[in-house]
Ligand binder design. Structure first.
Ligand SMILES: Cc1cc2nc3c(=O)[nH]c(=O)nc-3n(C[C@H](O)[C@H](O)[C@H](O)COP(=O)(O)OP(=O)(O)OC[C@H]3O[C@@H](n4cnc5c(N)ncnc54)[C@H](O)[C@@H]3O)c2cc1C
Length: 517
């Protein structure tokens, strides 16, 4: 959508194709029974990207802060400024008094990383500035910032090891390590994971829901003369003819294609016949890298319509809440134990899975979002809608579906989550639920066509098939085929909404530059 907005604004003839009825993918909201929910990301991080993009495109979006709370067992803190790191330290020390010096060390590192984040996001991302006209930005902001940026990038790259391994070097207590990092994707680079305090402070929420961002971009594309096509799934790309074909066999000719969806899909559906041998060979080599890799973690989201006023929830925590009901930590539950279950799935009894599920839901960290606490217009009066989610493994749901008891498992997972949350942080919840439903990793795969139901692109592995260094992010949008560009969460790692937007802009810039030459 970012690419389409920029290209249409520049006067290019643009067709944006989407397989669903609505645009936005994982930036999406929907309403059910008068309750508003997010289908994907629960709130947005500016990251020096989203607001500059909106300003540059002259898009007005009314937003509020999405204040975060963090809770472990009965201890809850609200995070509203950097000073609240002190509260976080006190919370950890209260729960793990024997680990005070280790906690101090973790906090020291988090503070250091926050300083790096201040540099990284310290100026509006230059990609969204008109550098030819805005000389004052170049001389007053960009040039003084660049040396600091280069220095910081070096420091960040040295903290690229998985957060789990990194924490082992400073924290002995495995429960404490889990509590600090278990709500991150497996093997998240330490720098990215431990920057979460900065990210908590950065969250904002569009009035009317996260989906308003996608709606605003859609309107911008229309305003600039772009053409939109929904319920159109691209199933084939004939690269030599510069043609894409949809599910009904209609075809669309292009000069340049920006593919902003799953990359394994792209590499599977591109036909390279007729292209020069060198390009074909490079494409095949890249394709192997893509197909060998996996999407990262997925998520299980439980949606609840509750007959209880917002105030009852507001008294407990903010509308964006990371909550861990037990300080024990997940340990090997979601790693070795789950791997073993999956490896021997055929021989495993249902009861064993349910026992595992019980532990998984009791020891995990939940992301709880209450849209009504950010915008009260998003719920019927006197009622509250909640989205309660956990990171979840796609393969588990796939195996269970294959074994024919997905509905039963999903319902059990919902029951477990409701019990855990009612027995701990929201005791009023259980008896006040009017309706409930959930999205599994399989629903995500189905909805946005994302490999392994991944929600932020590639899993963090040693051989990343795309660019993962910020200083060369410009290259992330190139594919071996000169007329095809890639953008979005699969084009760069680590990703999320801001990087998806940034790569969208970078791809548009490359196309425009090519058109000029
Ligand atoms: C629960 C949850 C929490 C998250 N939390 C955060 C967070 O805190 N911070 C953050 O930055 N990010 C977060 N994310 C991730 C973020 O939402 C995504 O990384 C980002 O929105 C991806 O955007 P995208 O445009 O690259 O891909 P997508 O949103 O997947 O969009 C791809 C689009 O392409 C369409 N499509 C796919 N295949 C085809 C085809 N063959 N033909 C036509 N159309 C097709 C899809 O339907 C979809 O609309 C979260 C995501 C979830 C689900």
């Amino acid at each position: 959508m970012t690419s389409a907005a920029y290209l249409s604004r520049a006067g290019q003839k643009v067709l944006l194709i989407e397989k669903n009825r609505k645009f936005g993918g994982l930036v999406n909201s929907f309403t059910r029974d008068g309750f508003h929910f997010e289908a994907g990301v629960r709130a947005l991080e500016n990251a020096g990207i989203i607001f500059p993009m909106l300003k540059d495109l002259n898009i007005q979006l009314e937003v509020v802060k999405s204040h975060v709370s963090v809770g472990i067992e009965n201890e809850i803190i609200d995070i509203e400024s950097i000073d609240d790191l002190v509260k976080y330290r006190a919370l950890l020390i209260k729960l793990f008094p024997e680990s005070e010096s280790e906690i101090n060390e973790v906090l020291r590192i988090i503070r250091k990383i926050m300083k790096h984040m201040d540099v990284l996001y310290g100026i509006e991302n230059p990609v969204f500035k008109d550098l030819k006209r805005d000389k004052s930005f170049i001389f007053k902001k960009l040039l003084p910032w660049l040396p600091k940026f280069i220095l910081t990038v070096g420091k960040i790259n040295r903290m690229n090891m998985p957060v789990e391994e990194y924490l082992k070097t400073i924290v002995n207590n495995p429960s404490l390590r889990d509590i600090i990092a278990q709500h991150f994707f497996k093997n998240t680079p330490a720098f990215f994971a431990l920057s979460y305090f900065s990210l908590y402070l950065d969250y904002f929420y569009p009035k009317g829901g996260v989906g308003k961002l996608a709606e605003a971009l859609k309107n911008k594309i229309l305003e600039c003369g772009g053409e939109l096509k929904t319920e159109t799934k691209i199933v084939e790309v004939l690269a030599d003819k510069c043609l894409v074909r949809d599910q009904s066999d209609s075809s669309y000719k292009y000069d340049n294609l920006v593919w902003a969806a799953d990359l394994k899909t792209l590499y599977k559906i591109v036909k390279t016949e007729g292209l020069p041998t060198k390009i074909k060979a490079k494409f095949e080599e890249t394709k192997i890298g893509m197909l060998q890799n996996r999407g990262g973690d997925s998520v299980f989201s439980l949606f609840l319509e509750v007959d209880e006023p917002l105030e009852s929830f507001r008294k407990i925590a903010n509308g964006h809440f990371f909550y861990t009901p037990s300080k024990s930590g997940l340990g090997e539950t979601h790693l070795k134990e789950l791997d073993e279950l999956l490896r021997n799935f055929e021989k495993i009894e249902k009861e064993q899975i349910m026992t595992w599920l019980d532990k998984f839901t009791r020891l995990n960290t939940y992301e709880i979002s209450i849209p009504g606490l950010k915008d009260p217009d998003l719920v019927p009066p006197g009622k509250t809608g909640l989205i309660i989610s956990l990171l979840a493994e796609y393969d588990l749901f796939k195996e269970i579906r294959k074994a024919g008891w997905l509905d039963e498992f999903t319902s059990e997972m919902e029951n477990h989550m409701i019990n855990v949350i009612s027995d701990s942080i929201y005791p009023m919840l259980k008896d006040r639920i009017i309706a409930r439903f959930s999205f599994t990793p399989l629903s995500i795969e189905n909805r946005v066509g994302s490999s392994e139901g991944a929600i932020v692109g590639w899993s963090f592995q040693k051989s990343m098939p795309v660019v993962n260094k910020i200083q060369i992010s410009g290259r992330s949008v190139l594919t071996p085929i000169p007329s095809i560009y890639q953008a979005g969460q699969w084009a760069y790692s680590p990703a999320g909404v801001p990087m998806s937007i940034l790569t969208g802009k970078l791809a548009a810039d490359k196309v425009l530059k090519k058109k000029k030459n």
